[in-house]
Design a protein around this ligand. Structure first.
Ligand code: CMP
Length: 181
């Protein structure tokens, strides 16, 4: 896979300028007589994050990024873009049949978003913890959505929900060369 894999094993990655996202599993392999085990088990993941229009409008990008970094997530790629409703619709195609789909696409295209790739151990779950529940009314205190989200529809951030979706979502916005881990 050329780029954007969500799970990156960095323990014994191939030499190169940056991780390309390829998962390299060497458990039990002993190159040069050295047994590689424990470090190879450390799962460094990547996840796609979006700071949504309600948050960029209120100039909250820095405050939200601070929460990611305080949780140990590294922002290894980031850009500010404005999507068309069609581009937002493709991104959220999984929700196509939901009653809020049209509203969601319109909202995501209404103003700029900041798309980013976060990297860290268990980054997908960690990011979801930092974001809090989808509906800010249910979000735990201290989470991004509890502090900043305006409603379930305008909830400040998006984060991938699984390694497979993270890989697809990252590749929707970023090329491998843009991921600088
Ligand atoms: P997100 O994590 O980006 O994934 C899908 C989005 O759909 C979700 O955040 C919400 O912003 C939005 N969403 C989910 N449920 C509703 C709803 N009942 N009404 C409007 N938007 C919703």
């Amino acid at each position: 896979m050329p780029h954007a894999a969500a799970s990156v094993n960095r323990g014994f990655s191939m030499p190169g300028p940056h991780a390309t996202g390829a998962a390299i599993k060497l458990r039990g392999v002993s190159p040069g007589g050295i047994t590689l085990t424990k470090e190879a088990d450390m799962a460094v993941e990547r996840t796609l994050s979006i700071i949504k229009p309600d948050a960029t409008r209120r100039n909250l990008t820095g405050k939200i990024n601070a929460k990611f970094e305080e949780a140990g997530l590294r922002i290894i790629a980031q850009k500010r873009i404005q999507m068309t409703p069609a581009q937002a619709g493709t991104f959220y195609a999984v929700h196509k049949e939901r009653p809020f789909y049209g509203e969601l696409c319109e909202f995501m295209a209404r103003a700029p978003v900041v798309v980013q790739v976060l990297e860290g151990e268990n980054a997908i779950a960690k990011n979801r913890e930092v974001m809090g529940a989808t509906n800010p009314a249910d979000a735990a205190p201290g989470t991004v959505r509890a502090e900043f989200a305006e409603s379930v529809g305008e909830n400040s951030v998006h984060g991938s929900d699984a390694p497979e979706t993270a890989a697809i979502e990252i590749s929707y916005f970023f090329s491998g060369l843009e991921l600088v881990g």
